[in-house]
Design a protein around this ligand. Structure first.
Ligand code: 3MF
Ligand code: MG
Ligand code: MG
Length: 415
């Protein structure tokens, strides 16, 4: 093989991207409520055992690139764009003004803001630490993020309580810590109610995001279900303003069926926002691009969301792999993630309207003939048993739709 000269490598990547085909236009991509996080685009590829492989990317570049790709919405942590020491200062106001300009110049909107309460040393004991001044500071930070959200025109605020947990036994009194954590959320909601009224804007939708492990060893609110119980616990003064931002991989990580976790959130009326990505069960948070690992499960997830008219954002909370270059992040990672999502979303529409799927699901619900003795389990089973084979047929049909066989795509040898 001839070595590929450095100067030719980006051209090769672009040529092969073109050759892949099937890309949607920026205008088509903008029709979906897809958001791109500042932190995902700027992620330099570092981890506990990994040195960075890329440079961080300033928001001006991220927003411009999102605009070009056709990602219509941008999301950010406060400290992705404002250094911790500049929070609440004139510098914050100056940065927020520059962000507004970048958004307007590229026809991109800010849909969500989130407070970083996990990275800085001040959060070592979590935002609900025993020390009163740390908790006061946490309240100030979430209130300040609400202000930034209103200034940037966002509709959602997300809270990932990443450090709400512990490494060593005996240090944390869980009930007390959860009460203190609720106080911070209450402060954010109260502040939002006042600010929104002053500004004549609707209040934000406040969304909790669960992750079962990492960065703490033990997490106090590890799953979306734990968060639903927390929202309903009576500790929140504005529980109606608080819902969920489940992340696909965060549910998969603990071994859940993400679709079932989403179904429980839908039933509770709390599916406000959704972080989309992919990865593996019972592994760390690998944040792979949506659909690269579990496309069949993703198709099934989107069938659920489409059939329940979920109309919230799909936030691309993945991490471009550290083998991807800065060039590749915007040439390959983001456009392909968006396009896989759109394809799977449209395919979910095909699943819902597929005549075989429809007839099979309706037949299952119609059931077999009624038996006279409604307490005769064996007879009831006999009357319905042939219908139950449709479960497997439906699963087969889902795979056929995923790989295009329902449209006549064939695989055979020789013929
Ligand atoms: C952590 C995450 C976070 C959250 C973000 C939103 C860095 O695993 O998924 O992304 O989504 O903090 O608040
Ligand atoms: Mg997330
Ligand atoms: Mg994640």
């Amino acid at each position: 093989m001839t070595p590929i000269a450095s100067k030719d490598q980006q051209g090769l990547v672009s040529r092969l991207m073109q050759a892949c085909g099937g890309a949607y236009s920026p205008e088509t991509r903008r029709k979906y409520f897809i958001s791109g996080p500042q932190w995902a685009a700027s992620y330099p590829g570092h981890a506990l055992f990994h040195a960075p492989t890329r440079q961080e990317v300033p928001f001006e570049v991220v927003i411009r690139k999102f605009g070009e790709i056709g990602i219509g919405y941008w999301t950010t942590h406060d400290t992705d764009v404002i250094p911790t020491e500049a929070i609440g200062t004139d510098r914050q106001a100056e940065i927020v003004a520059r962000i507004k300009q970048s958004l307007a110049a590229n026809d991109v909107r800010c849909s969500m803001v989130t407070t970083e309460t996990f990275h800085h040393a001040v959060w070592a004991g979590s935002p609900a630490a025993e020390q009163p001044q740390i908790r006061e500071y946490a309240k100030y930070r979430v209130e300040n993020t609400v202000d930034i959200g209103h200034q940037l025109g966002a509709s959602f605020a997300v809270y990932w309580p990443g450090s709400l947990g512990y490494f060593v036994q005996g240090a944390i009194e869980e009930t007390q810590t959860l009460r203190w954590y609720a106080e911070a959320l209450n402060a954010a909601c109260d502040h939002d109610i006042q600010s929104a009224a002053k500004l004549g804007r609707p209040t934000l939708k406040h969304c909790l995001e669960a992750k079962p492990f990492e960065p703490q060893a033990e997490i106090l609110l590890p799953t979306s279900d734990a968060m639903l119980a927390f929202i309903a616990s009576g500790l929140l003064t504005h529980a109606e303003m608080v819902g969920l931002n489940p992340e696909y991989l965060h549910e998969l990580m603990w071994g859940a069926a993400p679709r079932a976790a989403l179904a429980r959130a839908l039933l509770a009326g709390k599916l406000f926002h959704f972080d989309i990505n992919d990865g593996y069960r019972l592994k760390h948070d690998v944040d792979i691009g949506v659909g690269l690992v579990n496309p069949l499960d993703w198709l099934n997830v989107l069938v659920l969301l489409r059939s329940h008219q979920y109309n919230g954002p799909f936030n691309l909370d993945f991490k471009p792999p550290r083998t991807t270059s800065n060039f590749g992040v915007f040439e390959v990672s983001f456009p392909t993630a968006v396009d896989r999502f759109i394809t799977l979303w449209e395919m979910a529409g095909e699943v819902i309207s597929d005549p075989i799927m429809q007839e099979a699901t309706e037949a299952l619900k119609a059931g077999g003939p009624r038996v006279t003795d409604s307490k005769d389990a064996a007879a009831i089973f006999e009357a319905n048993k042939e219908l139950l084979t449709l479960h497997e047929l439906i699963a087969h049909r889902l795979v056929q739709i995923l790989i295009g066989q329902h449209r006549g795509r064939t695989f055979s040898f020789g013929a």
